[in-house]
Structure formats: structure tokens, C-alpha cells
Ligand binder design. Structure first.
Ligand code: ADP
Length: 404
């Protein structure tokens, strides 16, 4: 029997998200999430054959990632999908930071683990948790290929002119300061899916991808290759996000330290956790913000306007970076669902060939679709992202290559 299943693990500091996919058709055999690992109130929510089966829930202390993965393995085994199954081909891990070295998905060995560990100073919040997930899965199935799929990989093609900050080169290099970009699996998946939607090869299409979730980033993709993206050394740069500020004058930080008497840790928390939409109006959920706007709430209106203003600036910038734009693709929670955001983001950009058809834009649908008027010079598209499928696809392709 050929092994056709891939388990995708996305390991956070106190959470473990997983999906088991069948690579013959990309179908979900199971999806789930363990939350609050290390607390007494941990919770595992497991859904067999996503959407189809009844969800099951376990509550009570799950001490660490090792215990979490064992609990996941037990749930999978209850559905006859145990991790000891010969049908499991590999485990694919989302790893946030791959630095400059990891430009492709990579089969994990000791040297790869050491390199991911070496990158912790540039990804202190994410890489340690990702490493824990890989180590745990390796201990459970040492014989199985474990593949690391990096959030930064798709952006490693950015030219130096886009990747470098204009700061002293020696200092930057000593501390590995450059723009790495994140959400790469999503930008890769969506830019390809957009080309497919246009019925063209990725090599022939220039796309601006707007990944608007709780975290948000834009990318400029020329012929399938990323040439610029809005996140930088960390996921803090760029667009206004749920709780992150995105771009600010770096001197804001000096000012807060000198005049506001805040510590570096406090400023870090302010910009990453208490800013963005949350900082502006107290809510980070676009549904809630739209509801408040409909009720005449001024703070919600201003937060929305600032969010859109920044988005427009990046759309304009990436039109300039690309020269010719074939499509602008909206994706992730906000991009896929919030028609008013799409409408406002391209409003007044007719000169750039951008517009939405109000009816197409407002219509709800699941799959990829074009929402610009027929015959528009630039297609405006809604393209649902699927990072887990992309991780599984890359993992399976790599393992298949290794076996052939
Ligand atoms: P992440 O993976 O970054 O946590 P998602 O891509 O799942 O985020 O996006 C989550 C966000 O999407 C929510 O915070 C909310 O703002 C937005 N969202 C989800 N559904 C809708 C909807 N129906 N209308 C408007 N916004 C939505």
C-alpha cells in the first residue's frame, strides 16, 4: 500500500493545531486543536473528516506538547487513523522563521533542527514552539520523514533592494536584520490559485496578494516569484492588523522610552498586542467593527478608515513595484469575508484599473471568484487560502521526490 496521508502540525507556544490530509484528493480526514497546553484548563477539540463528523472535546490538564500530541494520536486512533498507520507518509510542520538558508521545504535532521534553533533570536515567539512540535513528533515516529515548511521561504526571492533596510550594512548583517516576510505558504498558494482562476500559468501573471486575517500582509508576486512583501524582520511591519500596529516611525519607540518612560518589553507588548484595530477602537474582529460602524460608532469608523488607508498605500506601492498588475487577490478571514473592506480598498483606484462590481463583491460563495466588473484591466479576486493544504502538498511532494 502506498502511504498517501500527511499530518500537518502547527505548533504554537501553548497550542497545537493539526490536520490529517489524504493527498490523493487533498481531503481532510481529521482536523483539530489543542489549546492552553501547560494549564489545568487545556482543551482538545477533534473533528473527524472536517465538516462531516461530530466533533469531540477533551478538557483537563495537558502538561506539554508531548502529552498534547499523544492525546491527538489517541483521538486519531479512535477514528482508525492512528499515527502508527502505514498510510501516513510524513508529518509536515509549519515553521515561522527559516532565515535566508531555508528557501524550500526541508526534511528535518539534527542539522536542520540546530539551524532553526539558531534563528530563535529573530523569531523568539514562534521558532521555540515550532521546534518543540517537531521534536515531539520525531520522538513519537522517529522512522517517519518530518518536513519543515517555512513561512519565510516564499519571500527569499525578494531582491536585495526590497529585502534590505537602509541602515548600516555591517550592523544589519551582524544581527541578521533584513526583511524576511511571513505568511509565505499563503502568499504562494493564493498567487498560484489566482493564476489558475485567470486560466493562466503562474509564470505569466503578476499578482498583488492581500492576506488579511488577524495578522495581515501584502505581497507583490511577479510571474510566481515574490518580489516584495509588507512584513519585515518580524510580523510587526506593514499593514494595520488585529492587534499589531504595522508601520510606525521607528522613532515612536525612542519617544515612548524617553518621554513615556516605557521599557522595551512594554513597547513590544504595546505595538504587537495592544495596537492595530484593537488599539484604535477596542475590537480586532472586523465583523464587530462593521456592526459598530452601522450603529454610527466614530471610533470604529476611524479604525476602519486607518486600516483601509494603509491597505490602499500598499496596493498603490505594489502596482508601482510590479509595473503591470494582472490581479489583486484578497484572502484570509477579512479578505475572504469582508466585502466592505474589498470595496473600500479599491475605491477610487480606477486609474490603476482597479474596481469591484458591487453585486459580485457582495455575493457570498466558498470558492475562488472574480469580483471586478467584466472586462476590467485588473482582476480583483477573492481567493480562499489553505495553508494546511499547501504545507501538506509541499511535504508530500518532497517525500515523494526522496522516495522516487
Ligand atoms: P488568523 O489565522 O490570522 O487568526 P483568520 O484568517 O482566521 O486569522 O482571520 C480572522 C479574522 O477574520 C477575524 O478576526 C475577523 O476580523 C475576520 N473575519 C472572519 N469572518 C469574517 C466575516 N464574516 N466578516 C468580516 N470579517 C471576518
Amino acid at each position: 500500500m502506498t502511504a498517501t496521508r500527511v499530518l500537518v502540525l502547527n505548533s504554537g507556544s501553548s497550542s497545537l493545531k493539526y490536520q490529517l490530509l489524504d493527498m490523493r484528493d487533498g481531503g481532510r480526514l481529521a482536523v483539530g486543536l489543542v489549546e492552553r497546553i501547560g494549564e489545568r484548563t487545556s482543551r482538545l477539540r477533534h473533528t473527524p473528516s472536517a465538516g462531516g463528523g461530530e466533533s469531540r472535546e477533551r478538557t483537563g490538564a495537558i502538561a506539554d506538547h508531548d502529552a498534547a500530541l499523544k492525546a491527538v494520536a489517541e483521538e486519531l486512533a479512535r477514528d482508525g487513523l492512528g499515527l502508527d498507520s502505514p498510510e501516513l507518509a510524513a508529518i509536515g510542520h509549519r515553521v515561522v522563521h527559516g532565515g535566508r538558508r531555508f528557501t524550500e521545504p526541508t526534511v528535518v535532521d539534527d542539522a536542520v533542527l540546530a539551524e532553526i534553533e539558531r534563528l530563535i533570536p529573530v523569531a523568539p515567539l514562534h521558532n521555540p514552539a515550532n521546534l518543540t512540535g517537531i521534536r515531539t513528533a520525531r520522538a513519537l515516529r522517529p522512522d517517519l520523514p518530518q518536513v519543515a515548511v517555512f513561512d519565510t521561504a516564499f519571500h527569499t526571492t525578494m531582491p536585495e533592494s526590497a529585502a534590505r533596510y537602509a541602515i548600516d550594512v555591517e550592523t544589519a548583517d551582524r544581527h541578521r536584520i533584513r526583511r524576511y516576510g511571513f505568511h509565505g505558504t499563503s502568499h504562494a498558494f493564493v498567487s498560484r490559485a489566482t493564476a489558475a482562476l485567470l486560466g493562466r500559468a503562474p509564470e505569466d501573471v503578476n499578482v498583488i496578494v492581500l492576506h488579511l486575517g488577524n495578522g495581515a500582509s501584502a505581497s507583490a508576486v511577479r510571474g510566481g516569484t515574490c518580489v516584495d512583501t509588507s512584513m519585515g524582520l518580524t510580523p510587526l511591519e506593514g499593514l494595520v492588523m488585529g492587534t499589531r500596529s504595522g508601520d510606525v516611525d521607528p522613532a515612536v519607540i525612542f519617544h515612548l522610552a524617553r518621554v513615556g518612560d516605557m521599557s522595551i518589553g512594554e513597547i513590544d507588548t504595546l505595538l504587537n498586542k495592544k495596537s492595530g484595530l484593537t488599539g484604535l477602537c477596542g475590537d480586532n474582529d472586523m465583523r464587530e467593527i462593521r456592526r459598530r460602524i452601522d450603529e454610527g460608532d466614530e471610533r470604529a469608523r476611524l479604525a476602519f478608515d486607518i486600516y483601509i488607508h494603509r491597505l490602499k498605500k500598499y496596493i498603490g506601492a505594489y502596482c508601482a513595484v510590479l509595473g503591470r498588475v494582472d490581479a489583486v487577490a484578497f484572502t484570509a478571514g477579512v479578505g475572504e469575508n469582508a466585502a466592505p473592506v474589498r470595496e473600500a480598498a479599491v475605491a477610487g483606484l480606477d486609474q490603476l484599473g482597479l474596481a469591484v462590481d458591487p453585486e459580485l463583491n457582495a455575493a457570498r460563495a466558498d470558492g475562488p471568484r472574480i469580483v471586478s466588473p467584466a472586462g476590467a484591466r485588473v482582476a480583483v479576486a477573492v481567493v480562499p487560502t489553505d495553508e494546511e493544504l499547501e504545507i501538506a502538498t509541499q511535504t508530500y511532494a518532497l517525500v515523494g521526490k526522496a522516495n522516487s
